[in-house]
Design a protein around this ligand. Sequence first.
Ligand code: ADP
Ligand code: MG
Length: 340
Amino acid sequence: ATSIRLHNCRKAFADGTVAVDDLSLEIQAGETLAILGPSGCGKTTTLRLIAGLERPDAGQVLFAGRDVTSLPIERRDVGMVFQNYALFPNLNVADNIGYGLKVRKMPRAERERRCAELLELVGLQGYGHRAVHELSGGQRQRVALARAVAPRPRVLLLDEPLAALDAQLRERLRSELGQLLRELAITAVFVTHDQGEAMALGDRILVMERGRIAQLATPRALYQQPANAFVANFIGTLNAFAVLGRTANGVQVNGGELPWSASELPGTLYCRPEHLQVTSAPGHVRGRLLGQFFQGAQSRLLVDVGGAQPLSVDSSDDRLHAPGDLINLAVEPQRVFSLN
Ligand code: ADP
Ligand code: MG
C-alpha cells in the first residue's frame, strides 16, 4: 500500500473561494481516512487534489514519498467512486467492471477471471450480463466499487459513495464497504458529511472547517478529546452550559451547579448526553422535561434548565416521564470539560 502526503496544499477558484487552505497531512499506507465536515468545507476539493483532478495553486502531493503534484489522474494509479455511481449506461455490469482492465490492455480471459472475482467480492455473482438500468442503487454502487478496484490501484478515493442510498441500504453497504477496505488493505480516502459513516469506516477522521484541519484523530479521540467546539458539535451531541460564577465545589450554571475544580474559569462547560444521569435525589442540575424520544436501547430526553438550549440526556432507564416533570441530573466531575 501507498502512503499519501499533502504538504501545504492550497486551492482557490477563479471567484476567489479558497477551498483548501494550506493543508498538510499524512495518510499511512493501508489506512482509511474519512474526511468529514459541513457542505462546502473543502472535502471534495481535497479528494480531487489527491486524485490529480485538481492541481494545487501551492504545495505538493506525494505518494509513497514521490512527488506526484504534476501528474494527471491517469498516471497516479488511483481508483475513484462517486456519489452518483457514474457507470457507463451502455455497458453491462461486467464491461463496466472490466473497463479499466481493457484500457490497460489486459487479455480477455484474464479480464473475465478478474471480473468474476470482483463480482464475488461485492456480492454480485451472476450479475455480469445485467444492464446497468436493471440494478438497484445499492447494486450500482457495488459495481462502481468493483470497477474502481479492478485494476488494483494503490489508492482508493470515495466521494460520498453512500449518500444517494436510502438509510437502511446505506447502513448495510457501510459495513460491507468497511469489510472490503480491510480485505483490500488499500490506502483509502473517504469523503462524507455523515459522522456515523466517518466513525464506522475511518481509521482516522479529518474534520475540516473552511478548507483547514479542525482536527485529525481517531474516532475515539475526536469524541473524547475534541480540539474545539466545532469538532465537538460535529461528532455527537454536546451540552453547553454558560458559566455564571463560582460556587464552593464548582460553578454555577442554569438549573444548578456543575462540579469543576480547575482554577481557571471558562465561559462555557460541556458534557455529553450519555454522561448526564437522571437521579431521584437532587443532583447537580434540575429542569423540566420537554420531551422524551424512545430510541430502542435508550431514550433521549430534552430537559429545559433555563439555558439557551435544552439539555440532551440519554437514559437507558425505562421509566416514563411526563412532559413538565422535574428531572434531577447528576454528572461525574471527570465528564465535565471545557473547550477552546
Ligand atoms: P465539500 O465537498 O466539502 O462540500 P468542495 O470541496 O466541493 O466542498 O467546495 C469547497 C468550496 O469551494 C465551496 O465553497 C465551493 O463552492 C467551492 N468550489 C468547489 N469547486 C469549485 C469550482 N469548480 N469553482 C468554484 N468554486 C468551487
Ligand atoms: Mg463534496
